[in-house]
Design a protein around this ligand. Sequence first.
Ligand code: ZN
Length: 147
Amino acid sequence: MSDLRDLYQEVVLDHSKAPRNFHAIENASGDAQGFNPLCGDQVHVWVALEGDTVKDVSFTGNGCAISKASASMMTQAVKGRSKAETEALFTAFHRLVTGAGDDPELLGKLAVFAGVSEFPVRVKCASLAWHTLKAALEGAKAPVSTE
Ligand code: ZN
Protein backbone atom coordinates (compact mmCIF):
# COMPACT_ATOMS: atom_id res chain seq x y z
CA MET A 1 0.00 0.00 0.00
CA SER A 2 2.88 2.41 0.72
CA ASP A 3 4.23 1.82 -2.79
CA LEU A 4 0.85 2.79 -4.15
CA ARG A 5 0.84 5.89 -1.95
CA ASP A 6 4.24 6.98 -3.26
CA LEU A 7 3.08 6.37 -6.79
CA TYR A 8 -0.10 8.33 -6.11
CA GLN A 9 1.84 11.36 -4.90
CA GLU A 10 4.20 11.13 -7.82
CA VAL A 11 1.41 10.84 -10.37
CA VAL A 12 -0.69 13.63 -8.85
CA LEU A 13 2.31 15.93 -8.78
CA ASP A 14 3.27 15.11 -12.35
CA HIS A 15 -0.21 15.55 -13.81
CA SER A 16 -1.06 18.67 -11.81
CA LYS A 17 2.18 20.36 -12.89
CA ALA A 18 1.89 19.32 -16.51
CA PRO A 19 -1.75 18.44 -17.22
CA ARG A 20 -2.35 16.42 -20.40
CA ASN A 21 -4.95 17.47 -22.96
CA PHE A 22 -5.20 20.86 -21.25
CA HIS A 23 -6.93 22.95 -23.91
CA ALA A 24 -10.33 23.57 -25.44
CA ILE A 25 -11.58 21.59 -28.44
CA GLU A 26 -12.91 23.56 -31.37
CA ASN A 27 -16.13 22.19 -32.80
CA ALA A 28 -16.58 19.86 -29.83
CA SER A 29 -19.59 17.55 -29.82
CA GLY A 30 -20.29 18.60 -26.27
CA ASP A 31 -18.84 20.44 -23.33
CA ALA A 32 -19.75 21.15 -19.74
CA GLN A 33 -18.46 23.06 -16.79
CA GLY A 34 -18.09 21.70 -13.29
CA PHE A 35 -17.50 23.38 -9.99
CA ASN A 36 -16.59 22.01 -6.59
CA PRO A 37 -17.43 24.78 -4.12
CA LEU A 38 -16.03 22.76 -1.24
CA CYS A 39 -12.51 23.22 -2.57
CA GLY A 40 -12.92 25.87 -5.27
CA ASP A 41 -12.09 23.53 -8.14
CA GLN A 42 -13.37 24.58 -11.56
CA VAL A 43 -13.19 22.45 -14.66
CA HIS A 44 -14.42 22.73 -18.23
CA VAL A 45 -14.50 19.48 -20.19
CA TRP A 46 -14.81 19.11 -23.97
CA VAL A 47 -15.56 15.96 -25.93
CA ALA A 48 -15.40 15.21 -29.61
CA LEU A 49 -17.37 12.13 -30.57
CA GLU A 50 -17.09 10.01 -33.65
CA GLY A 51 -20.22 7.93 -33.64
CA ASP A 52 -20.29 6.45 -30.16
CA THR A 53 -16.54 6.79 -29.59
CA VAL A 54 -14.78 9.48 -27.60
CA LYS A 55 -12.39 10.54 -30.32
CA ASP A 56 -10.95 13.41 -28.34
CA VAL A 57 -11.42 14.81 -24.86
CA SER A 58 -9.80 17.74 -23.14
CA PHE A 59 -10.18 20.09 -20.22
CA THR A 60 -9.23 23.46 -18.82
CA GLY A 61 -9.72 24.88 -15.38
CA ASN A 62 -8.32 25.82 -12.06
CA GLY A 63 -8.21 23.79 -8.95
CA CYS A 64 -6.22 21.80 -6.47
CA ALA A 65 -3.59 19.29 -7.52
CA ILE A 66 -5.94 16.33 -7.13
CA SER A 67 -8.71 17.81 -9.28
CA LYS A 68 -6.24 18.72 -12.00
CA ALA A 69 -4.41 15.41 -11.93
CA SER A 70 -7.69 13.51 -11.98
CA ALA A 71 -8.98 15.48 -14.97
CA SER A 72 -5.69 15.02 -16.79
CA MET A 73 -5.61 11.27 -16.23
CA MET A 74 -9.29 10.98 -17.08
CA THR A 75 -8.72 12.46 -20.52
CA GLN A 76 -5.98 9.92 -21.17
CA ALA A 77 -8.10 7.06 -19.84
CA VAL A 78 -11.26 7.68 -21.86
CA LYS A 79 -9.83 8.74 -25.21
CA GLY A 80 -10.80 6.13 -27.76
CA ARG A 81 -13.43 4.50 -25.57
CA SER A 82 -17.14 4.17 -26.26
CA LYS A 83 -19.66 6.10 -24.20
CA ALA A 84 -20.67 2.90 -22.39
CA GLU A 85 -17.04 2.07 -21.57
CA THR A 86 -16.54 5.62 -20.30
CA GLU A 87 -19.59 5.26 -18.08
CA ALA A 88 -18.31 1.94 -16.72
CA LEU A 89 -14.94 3.49 -16.03
CA PHE A 90 -16.55 6.37 -14.16
CA THR A 91 -18.53 3.92 -12.03
CA ALA A 92 -15.35 1.95 -11.24
CA PHE A 93 -13.43 5.15 -10.48
CA HIS A 94 -16.16 6.41 -8.17
CA ARG A 95 -16.20 3.10 -6.31
CA LEU A 96 -12.43 3.31 -5.96
CA VAL A 97 -12.25 6.83 -4.54
CA THR A 98 -15.14 6.25 -2.16
CA GLY A 99 -13.52 3.05 -0.91
CA ALA A 100 -16.38 0.89 -2.17
CA GLY A 101 -14.10 -1.45 -4.08
CA ASP A 102 -11.67 -1.54 -6.90
CA ASP A 103 -11.30 -3.09 -10.31
CA PRO A 104 -7.58 -2.80 -11.17
CA GLU A 105 -8.00 -4.39 -14.58
CA LEU A 106 -10.55 -1.86 -15.71
CA LEU A 107 -8.96 1.12 -13.96
CA GLY A 108 -5.38 0.64 -15.06
CA LYS A 109 -3.30 3.68 -14.09
CA LEU A 110 -6.32 5.28 -12.42
CA ALA A 111 -5.89 2.73 -9.62
CA VAL A 112 -3.43 5.09 -7.94
CA PHE A 113 -6.41 7.20 -6.88
CA ALA A 114 -7.25 4.57 -4.26
CA GLY A 115 -5.38 6.88 -1.86
CA VAL A 116 -8.21 9.41 -2.13
CA SER A 117 -10.59 7.10 -0.26
CA GLU A 118 -8.62 7.87 2.91
CA PHE A 119 -9.55 11.54 2.57
CA PRO A 120 -13.34 11.82 2.08
CA VAL A 121 -13.13 15.58 1.54
CA ARG A 122 -10.98 14.91 -1.53
CA VAL A 123 -13.47 12.58 -3.20
CA LYS A 124 -15.26 15.53 -4.82
CA CYS A 125 -11.95 16.92 -6.09
CA ALA A 126 -11.10 13.59 -7.70
CA SER A 127 -14.53 12.96 -9.21
CA LEU A 128 -15.38 16.50 -10.40
CA ALA A 129 -13.92 16.03 -13.88
CA TRP A 130 -15.76 12.72 -14.29
CA HIS A 131 -19.13 14.24 -13.36
CA THR A 132 -18.42 17.05 -15.80
CA LEU A 133 -17.45 14.63 -18.56
CA LYS A 134 -20.72 12.79 -18.02
CA ALA A 135 -22.64 16.06 -18.42
CA ALA A 136 -20.66 16.89 -21.56
CA LEU A 137 -21.51 13.49 -23.03
CA GLU A 138 -25.19 13.71 -22.14
CA GLY A 139 -25.47 17.19 -23.56
CA ALA A 140 -23.56 16.27 -26.67
CA LYS A 141 -25.18 17.58 -29.83
CA ALA A 142 -25.99 15.03 -32.45
CA PRO A 143 -23.35 14.93 -35.12
CA VAL A 144 -24.19 16.99 -38.16
CA SER A 145 -25.19 14.84 -41.09
CA THR A 146 -25.55 15.86 -44.68
CA GLU A 147 -27.72 12.86 -45.43
ZN1 ZN B 1 -9.94 20.19 -4.86
